[in-house]
Design a protein around this ligand. Structure first.
Ligand code: NAD
Length: 419
């Protein structure tokens, strides 16, 4: 079988990690070769050059990408990342992951991902706006609420989503909130969206603890990555009775044996973009004596080397591809419970789905209604993944992948091959 390869020297190998895990799952799940053929060939890969007039009057051209991986189960859905290390291969891997994540949560979406290779911290707000608007304009015929729906990821926020929505709407001639999720509330954003990704991680942990008899009250947790996901997870975890003993950023980690005051640390982080102090090097967080370790930073945090330091008995992967296949194999070999990103990191996508449904109907729910629906869907996903893993006598990732692939397989079979 000829499988496209996208690996460039600076590529973190996410597409290859997807293929490796696909191969592992195919040993236990009966997936038709036609579905495998579809999944190993992304539906659409787009590379765009984005000229931007910088504040000094010079023109700089950035590279942008949008990959639609598979649309068997619905319109494509995926985030937009603005980061210096964005590559086509990374984008393809993230898009494939979205196909599977949507299927794990049984959402009517296919998978997509996009990005721009740029460092948003080095751009002025006006430069960033011009870059994002040009990216949207280049893709305008390929995106839309029924085609491909964009959303936030690393380096993009509500304002960026607002610019995408406005650029798309101005070009097509009508206001179309459903082309992006993660928008400000004033533009059709959903209640309860802001902390959904972190809340999703916390609810997955709660459900899993209930099913597997794990103790949460007073349990010690360390969180790698104190951003949108890690920060809100830490707050919810504290509310659930866990003791958050350490959180980290790229610069270092903050550690407090008796537990951090998460709200206080968050206030400091929101005001300054920094932790109040740095007690440890970032990677020292992995070696702490904790019950739960949460990965909420970037892909590849735990690889074959860094995983050796881990002392936690449960690792929750909130960041996409937080573990490399080697890092995961090591931890599984040591009997660590690895809760995969396809399950743990589904909160953002689930909230996006609830936002998109509201936008399509132009009818908006209260925060309580959103939260209820959200919690029910998380509990269902946890139960279905655990059941599948137990039935196949396998780990949770392979269980989650088998569940997702079976759903994509069924949709692919029913749709058939056009023409
Ligand atoms: P963010 O930029 O808000 O936060 C990332 C944090 O990780 C930052 O605090 C950064 O300093 C830290 N970090 C980076 N390198 C680190 C290192 N080596 N050690 C320790 N910390 C490090 O990003 P986010 O939105 O919270 O996303 C985190 C991860 O979750 C990403 O992988 C993203 O793709 C994924 N994710 C996000 C969402 C969402 O809705 N925001 C949804 C699903 C998945």
């Amino acid at each position: 079988m000829a499988i496209p390869a996208y690996k460039s020297p600076e590529d973190p190998g996410l597409w290859e990690a997807f293929l490796e895990r696909l191969e592992k799952t195919l040993r236990v799940a009966a997936i038709h070769p036609t579905t495998v053929e579809y999944l190993t060939h992304p539906k659409r890969l787009v590379t765009v050059s984005l000229p931007v007039v910088m504040d000094d009057g010079k023109v700089r051209v950035f590279q942008g990408y949008r990959v639609v991986h598979d649309i068997a189960r619905g319109p494509a859905k995926g985030g937009v990342r603005i980061h210096p290390k964005v590559t086509l291969g990374q984008t393809a891997g993230l898009a494939a992951w979205m196909t599977l994540k949507a299927a794990v949560y049984d959402l009517p979406f296919g998978g997509a991902a996009g990005g721009i290779a740029a460092d948003p911290r080095l751009l002025s707000r006006r430069e960033l706006e011009r870059l994002v608007r040009r990216y949207t304009a280049e893709l305008v015929n390929l995106i839309g609420p029924d085609i491909d729906i964009l959303g936030p990821d690393l380096g993009t926020d509500q304002q960026v989503m607002a610019w995408i929505m406005d650029t798309y709407s101005m070009t097509v001639g009508s206001t179309v909130p459903g082309v992006v999720t993660g928008k400000p509330h004033a533009l059709g954003g959903s209640e309860g969206r802001d902390d959904a990704a972190g809340l999703g991680v916390a609810l997955v942990l709660k459900e899993l603890a209930r099913r597997r008899g794990l103790s949460l009250e007073g349990a010690r947790v360390a969180v790698q990555g104190f951003g949108q996901v890690g920060g809100s997870f830490a707050l919810h975890a504290e509310g659930m009775g866990l003791k958050v003993v350490a959180v980290s950023m790229a610069r270092g980690a903050m550690y407090q044996e008796e537990g951090l005051e998460v709200a206080e640390v968050l206030r400091h982080y929101e005001a300054t973009g920094e932790l109040p102090r740095y007690d440890l090097a970032p990677e020292e967080l992995f070696a702490l004596d904790v019950d739960y370790l949460v990965l909420a930073a970037l892909e590849g945090a735990l690889n074959g080397d860094t995983a050796k330091a881990v002392r936690a008995q449960v690792v929750l992967e909130a960041a996409n591809f937080g573990l490399t296949p080697e890092g995961e194999a090591y931890l599984l070999g040591k009997g660590v419970l690895v809760v995969p990103d396809l399950l743990t990191g589904g909160g953002g996508l689930l909230a996006s789905y609830l936002e998109w449904v509201q936008d399509l109907n132009m009818f908006f729910w209260s925060e309580e209604e959103v939260r209820q629906s959200f919690a029910k869907s998380v509990a269902k996903a946890v139960a279905e993944v655990c059941d599948r893993a137990e039935f196949l006598s396998t780990d949770l990732r392979t269980g989650a992948m088998a569940l997702a692939l079976e759903r994509v397989n069924e949709a692919t079979r029913l749709r058939g091959v056009y023409p």
